[in-house]
Ligand binder design. Structure first.
Ligand code: BDR
Ligand code: CA
Length: 303
């Protein structure tokens, strides 16, 4: 069983990732949700995370609000594809519980010290909270079991610029701090998440299952892109069943100083004279999408 902290910016696909984690208690213990400014403002992501837990009847999941903006910019760049409210403007319950008083950065630091080597960090938004935790207390680094994240585009074009993916583009400084810290890390970038496509017949079947899935599919139908993909749920799906994915070891760096290539994730792989012991990341490149969709439907129907 994986003990995880899900660091997120819900976000429609973030919401599905939360639901998938809640639906899989045998494989995943969700110790806490931390929120960050990304798809929408921090205030909104913190509200949305609690609406999703409330929808699933899980008011017991502690939610901690984190950083209001990226490290080096006064304003955070937001998206429009998740609707004004961040969850496709679908009717959802009001949160039935409050935010925890502790700041997300302090919760992350505290939890890693309390359970060294036990916690997997799963950022599925900009990495500001994780970077600030590392900067505030670098002694947490060796206590992180693994970092499994959605972000970047190693071998394919970006989605917000020709070379950058949204999560890394929003706070490339944070991504640099985190991805160069020496944490064992697994990357779910656009290389793989763009293969995790959903289609209308799938949603038609899913929405019949139960009222919760009717709401979840309504959100997915309002994803403001022509070809909706389950970016963030890939992270959780891998923890549940890594055999769904294929990847390659490499060495990553993030472009954070150059405006033109802002947020680009550069990954060197083997044939380019790379020693095995100099690799610092597993980059996922392929998913068996039919099996992923089947697993997701089976899990979500348990809620
Ligand atoms: C990422 O950007 C966000 O809009 C999604 O929630 C996902 O985390 C995909 O580029
Ligand atoms: Ca996200």
């Amino acid at each position: 069983q994986h003990k995880i902290i899900l660091d997120c910016d819900p976000g429609i696909d973030d919401a599905v990732a939360i639901l998938l984690a809640l639906a899989s208690p045998e494989e995943i213990e969700l110790v806490g949700i931390t929120t960050v400014s990304g798809n929408v403002s921090l205030e909104r992501t913190s509200y949305n995370a609690r609406r999703i837990c409330t929808l699933a009847g899980r008011e017991d999941i502690p939610v901690y609000a984190g950083c209001t903006r990226p490290m080096l910019e006064a304003e955070c760049i937001h998206t429009t594809v998740h609707g004004n409210d961040g969850l496709g403007n679908v009717k959802l319950p009001q949160p039935a519980f409050s935010l925890e008083p502790q700041h997300a950065v302090d919760f992350i630091i505290h939890t890693l010290h309390a359970e060294p080597g036990q916690i997997t960090l799963c950022p599925i938004g900009p990495m500001t909270n994780i970077a600030l935790a590392i900067i505030k207390d670098p002694t947490i680094v060796p206590k992180i079991k693994r970092l499994v994240f959605m972000g970047g585009a190693a071998f394919c074009p970006g989605n917000v610029s020709p070379t950058a993916e949204f999560n890394i583009y929003v706070d490339p400084w944070a991504a640099h701090v985190v991805l160069s810290a020496g944490i064992p890390q697994v990357m779910f970038g656009l290389d793989v998440t763009l293969q995790a496509k959903i289609n209308a017949p799938y949603l038609d079947a899913l929405e019949q299952v139960n009222p919760l899935l009717k709401t979840a599919t309504a959100m997915l139908r309002n994803y403001g892109v022509s070809d909706p993909c389950l970016h963030d749920p890939c992270v959780i799906a891998w923890l549940i069943d890594p055999s769904l994915f294929t990847g390659i070891a490499g060495k990553i760096s993030v472009s954070y100083q150059d405006d033109q290539h802002r947020g680009q994730t550069l990954v060197a792989v083997k044939p380019r004279h790379l020693d095995d012991d100099s690799t610092n990341i597993d980059v996922m490149t392929e998913v068996d999408n039919p099996r992923l969709l089947e697993m997701l439907a089976e899990r979500l129907s348990r809620l």
